[in-house]
Design a protein around this ligand. Structure first.
Ligand SMILES: [Fe+2]
Length: 156
């Protein structure tokens, strides 16, 4: 097996940890700002996303200590656009999730053929994050519209 670039992997894992922790704060914040008829299901969906981000942050932290290293205690950038309609929240979520997905993809590239555990972890996370992005994309389509709001990158 080729050698793993441990510094690069650690850098990516720490950025992932920070991005996922920012997700916890972001989704929790959004969940306070939903009003109107559909408030209850949307608030509960946002809180589920916050909980999922926390699980993802914990998984990234566990990978860091598995490598015998110290996890970052910072959180990723938070953007408050002060746009609180559900469409704006979803678009903002799609953008920030795309950045996290990019980090997981980079981690997968770094680990491919070099570390089974990190490769497997990164692959599962790319799958989970892509599925999540597709769910948000479907929520951004108008009822009756089939084509993707933002078509996914299918290859790579
Ligand atoms: Fe995530």
């Amino acid at each position: 097996m080729a050698e793993l670039n441990k510094q690069r992997v650690l850098h990516l894992l720490n950025r992932i940890l920070e991005a996922e922790l920012a997700g916890v704060v972001r989704y929790t914040h959004y969940s306070f700002l939903v009003f109107g008829h559909n408030r209850i299901p949307i608030v509960s969906w946002l809180r589920e996303q916050a909980a999922e981000s926390l699980t993802h942050a914990q998984q990234a932290g566990e990978m860091i200590t598995l490598l015998g290293e110290y996890p970052s205690l910072t959180i990723g950038p938070l953007l408050d656009s002060h746009k609180h309609d559900v469409d704006a929240i979803m678009r903002e979520s799609l953008d920030t999730e795309a950045k996290a997905l990019g980090l997981y993809r980079e981690l997968l590239q770094c680990a491919e053929g070099r570390s089974v555990i990190i490769e497997e972890y990164a692959r599962q996370m790319v799958y989970a994050e892509e599925l999540h992005a597709s769910e948000v994309d479907k929520m951004l389509r108008k009822p009756g519209e089939i084509s993707a709001f933002r078509p996914p990158r299918v290859v790579g």
